[in-house]
Design a protein around this ligand. Structure first.
Ligand code: BDP
Length: 718
């Protein structure tokens, strides 16, 4: 008897805590264990009516069948006339029954929106998933499955949803040799050597995952581009991938190298005003569309960090972008032209340069160009103020670029949920058109009404079995898609959904993990770059602290350029008495930051050089506050560890243990950041680290001599 009992327990534990490698992401359709809930769902979802003629509707049908039969552990009936308890799926074109419903809601939902409604049809209770296009139907199908995965009531559904931003796109910084610049999750997914002949299931799963969160585009090649990608051999390979993605509404885009006409076209110049160059691009683009009829367009990094561009020929960014735009326009393609430009030959504060270079060209870009702007004026730091270009170019479409891969946010080892960072930027008020002109409203077009709107996330995906390396890094991919669709969602709502879909609906697990996620970004800011510090990480690979670095080839790559520590104090004066970067913002924004007495602590050292004994809002001196914040960052990580320990046994041991071990690494790294930074800044403040705090276990020289080779994502053999 006892033996049987243990055997039963064993079987149960296999079922509940099955080993899980993270491959399925948030698309896990395991049986819902709450029998009552499952029975209710079965009652509403037992029949499926979808006339799937197009590849996209076939995909929607397959997803619904797979998802429903898994979650409900029930054989779904495929039917052709409406019965009671049917999910009716389609567009007014694909389905007579849907056309007959005359759903007026569809009018305002555009090409990608959908409705999910409970409807009585000839006396039968149905759930209707309807849209104007097949892609909208696919999005709606994923949404219904999400409702079930997160245990939502489905008896009175009345959902209408449409994306607020048009181009919702991943940027892969993947090289053709399959290394990934700033990639921490293995090699590139794209196995060029095998294309176009071998395209494994992973590419379909990639497309499914993206479509499930509304992502509709992908730039598959690095912005530090290789012109070879535009050769016929590779275009054929790209086309094969595009064919896999197409049913899921994912358009393929490529990074274009500005010097391609010379490198692969054998021309003597890449001058955008040269007739042969224009002709070369036109023919090249025509060729691309002959292979990929729905090709999305180009992403371009020009005249930045050594990349060629129009300025090589004394032409402007607008001249360069318009050259490509003209070639793409007849096919409906777009150019995403990056504003991430700076040069050490320009003596101006690096954070001012993009604005200075782009603002004068407002209104001069062709209508199929969108300028892609990083969230902050420097470079994806743990915290930056929003980029001053947002709101400053009302006649030019601007798209947002976030970095999902955690180059500056702890890379692969740290749990940092980025939705709070994204929300902070999206909700920031630019005051460009009066109060309430948030960054989100600039990029969704509701203020300036540009023809194109867009948002990009630098991908954190690689060929690791779990796609993103750190199990929680998947949440950043998920959150990006969700916010790209609807930037009004809260970071908490998104975390809630992701946890339930990825792990479990267990209330204690959800509550504990959600808090960990929501706290994680601020904790990381505290142990890395508190109070507005920035860019003080390791040389080149950007791993770990290195505030002392001052020997890099360019002044504006050196941490000392950014923190400006001296015997008087700490921080970069960007007010009128300093670089005056603040002048690039609207007067209302300037007012918030200009005065060190009122500037929020978060940005104090970003905008001001503050004396070590300055009294902060807390009453502490700057030095004491800095010590407090670095220490609270470390305490924060230890709290994350304790929280995770509390949920022991609630999920599969595989993912649980992986996160537990990673949190152990994160704790060590947080201690390292704190010790290294405080030991270094102490040499300027000339004050001790208060005795109440843990003291550094080594002297400053030790931290300075640490060297790290082969750090992932930094390429080459360093
Ligand atoms: C920096 C990265 C570098 C990228 C660059 C960019 O360190 O690898 O090429 O951004 O966005 O943050 O172009």
């Amino acid at each position: 008897m006892k033996k049987h009992f243990f055997f039963l327990l064993f079987l149960l534990s296999i079922n509940v805590l099955r080993a899980e490698d993270g491959y399925r992401l948030w698309l896990r359709y395991d049986k819902i264990t709450d029998a009552g809930l499952r029975a209710t769902y079965i009652n509403s979802c037992k029949n499926l009516l979808v006339d799937a003629k197009s590849p996209t509707l076939v995909a929607a049908k397959a997803e619904l069948l797979d998802g429903l039969s898994g979650l409900l552990n029930y054989k779904i009936n495929l039917i052709s006339t409406v019965q009671n308890n049917t999910i009716l799926v389609g567009t007014p074109t694909s389905s007579r029954q849907i056309a007959d419903l005359n759903l007026s809601e569809l009018d305002g939902l555009g090409k990608e929106g959908f409705v999910i409604k409970t409807k009585m049809i000839a006396g039968n209770t149905c759930i209707v998933i309807a849209a104007n296009t097949d892609l909208g139907v696919l999005y709606g199908s994923f949404r219904l499955l999400q409702l079930l995965q997160t245990h939502q009531p489905i008896s009175q559904l009345n959902i209408a949803s449409a994306p607020k931003i048009q181009v919702r796109i991943l940027n892969h910084w993947d090289n053709m040799n399959r290394t990934v610049e700033r990639g921490y999750a293995g090699y590139s997914l794209w196995r060029w050597h095998y294309f176009p002949d071998l395209l494994d299931q992973r590419y379909t799963d990639y497309a499914r995952a993206n479509a499930s969160i509304g992502i509709n585009g992908t730039v598959i090649s690095n912005v530090n581009a290789n012109a070879q990608m535009l050769t016929k051999d590779y275009l054929i390979k790209v086309a094969a991938l595009a064919n896999v993605f197409r049913p899921y509404g994912i358009k393929v885009y490529l990074s274009a190298k500005f010097s391609a006409p010379m490198e692969i076209g054998k021309l003597k110049t890449a001058d955008p005003f040269d007739a042969q160059v224009k002709d070369w691009w036109k023919k090249k683009v025509d060729e691309i569309y002959s292979y990929i009829p729905d090709f999305g367009g180009f992403l371009v990094k020009a005249n930045s960090e050594g990349q060629p561009g129009p300025q090589n020929y004394q032409r402007t960014h607008a001249d360069g972008a318009n050259l490509l735009a003209d070639a793409l326009a007849p096919h409906g393609g777009i150019v995403m032209w990056r504003a991430f430009v700076y040069s050490n030959e320009t003596p101006t504060d690096r954070t001012k340069q993009a604005y200075n270079e782009f603002k004068p060209f407002d209104g001069q870009f062709k209508s199929n160009v969108i300028v892609q702007v990083k969230n902050g004026p420097l470079d994806f730091q743990p915290r930056e103020p929003f980029h001053p270009l947002f709101g400053a170019m009302p006649k030019t479409p601007l798209m947002m670029e976030f970095q999902l891969t955690q180059e500056y946010l702890g890379q692969a080892t740290q749990l940092v949920y980025e939705a709070p960072l994204m929300k902070e930027v999206l909700d920031a008020d630019t005051y460009s058109n009066g109060s309430g002109s948030t960054v989100a409203k600039i990029i969704d077009g509701s203020i300036d009404h540009p023809q194109i709107t867009g948002i990009a996330g630098v991908s954190n995906i690689g060929d690791d079995r779990n796609w993103c390396g750190h199990p929680f890094a998947q949440a950043n991919w998920f959150a990006f898609g969700k916010l790209a669709w609807d930037h009004q969602l809260s970071a908490a709502t998104i975390a809630d959904e992701w946890i339930k879909m990825t792990y479990t609906n267990d209330a204690a697990f959800v509550a504990t993990t959600k808090k960990m996620m929501l706290d994680s970004r601020e904790i990381m800011v505290h142990y890395m770059t508190p109070l507005g510090l920035h860019h003080i990480m390791g040389d080149g690979h950007h791993y770990g602290p290195s505030p002392w670095s001052d020997k890099l080839g360019r002044a504006d790559w050196n941490p000392v350029y950014y923190h400006r520590a001296d015997s008087a104090g700490l921080g970069f004066n960007r007010t009128k008495t300093g670089s005056n970067a603040l002048e690039q913002y609207a007067p209302e924004v300037q007012k918030i930051y200009a005065d060190q007495a009122t500037c929020p602590d978060n940005y104090l050292l970003w905008f001001h050089h503050i004396s070590w004994n300055y009294t902060m809002k807390s009453g502490n001196s700057l030095w004491d506050e800095l010590c407090l914040q670095y220490n609270s960052g470390v305490t924060g990580v230890r709290t994350l560890q304790q929280s995770w320990n509390q949920v022991t046994g609630k999920i599969d041991s595989e993912r649980f243990n992986q996160v537990k071990m990673l949190l152990g690494i994160q704790e060590k790294e947080a201690v390292w950041w704190r010790n290294a930074c405080l030991s270094y800044f102490k040499t300027f403040s000339k004050q001790p680290i208060p005795a109440k705090y843990e003291q550094p276990d080594h002297n400053l020289d030790y931290y300075k001599t640490l060297r790290f080779q082969f750090v992932p994502g930094s390429g080459g053999n360093n």
